[in-house]
Design a protein around this ligand. Structure first.
Ligand code: SF4
Length: 209
């Protein structure tokens, strides 16, 4: 499959958009440089370690998936680059067998103890893009998983449902409209989000009260 359209929305933008559309605007569209917190630096290092530990593979993703769906035992694939004509992203880890597919996204859950709805939307977005790219997998039960990036403890898992596609595409349309200047990015009205927001020091809507 050839990647031809560079005007795509990152699947990770769904996470920022659900958390706060204005944060998505600052970080993904304006691409402002955000000073990393210690927790974020720890997470980046943990992600990098997992990537470094993965067995290098010279085969392309289509070849890997075509073979994995024939096997009883799951094939782990780290860093799978997936895309449709409107979205693109890299799945932290995929486990594929002929019985079951698991799509894993690593997040800093042990730091916060919270499973954010925005993280669920993002990992569902990966499942949607992956299954769109590989129709051969659409009849295999597919599960979305959120895993703690430091401890590798699995924090949340659910079978992917096509009922989620409406929410994903609705979010995608709004993100595209914000990107294209047809819609303003509204700030969240959830004060706890602002307090935990990594770019609140840049945000004109942030108030400490
Ligand atoms: S401080 Fe609040 S309003 Fe501003 S970007 Fe962060 S979450 Fe959004």
């Amino acid at each position: 499959m050839i990647e031809t359209n560079s005007h795509r929305v990152g699947v990770s933008w769904l996470d920022n958009w659900k958390f706060c559309p204005y944060k998505m605007y600052l970080t993904d569209i304006l691409r402002l440089t955000i000073i990393k917190t210690v927790e974020q630096l720890d997470g980046i290092a943990a992600h990098q370690l997992l990537d470094d530990m993965a067995i290098p593979c010279k085969e392309d993703l289509e070849t890997l998936v075509s073979r994995a769906v024939l096997l009883d035992e799951p094939t782990p694939i780290r860093g799978a680059r997936v895309f449709t004509d409107r979205m693109i992203g890299i799945i932290d880890e995929l486990h594929i067998s002929k019985y079951r597919i698991r799509i894993i996204d690593d997040k800093p859950h042990s730091k916060t103890g919270i499973i954010f709805p925005s993280h669920k939307l993002q990992v569902n977005g990966y499942a949607y893009v992956f299954l769109s790219m590989f129709p051969i997998c659409q009849n295999i039960p597919t599960f979305v998983v959120l895993r703690d990036e430091l401890t590798l403890a699995e924090m949340w898992e659910l079978e992917f449902s096509y009922n989620k596609v409406g929410e994903i595409l609705s979010a995608l349309t709004q993100i595209e409209q914000i990107r294209d200047g047809a819609l303003d990015a509204t700030p969240t009205n959830k004060k706890p989000h602002c307090r935990g927001c990594s770019c609140n020091y840049l945000c004109e809507y942030y108030t400490r009260s």
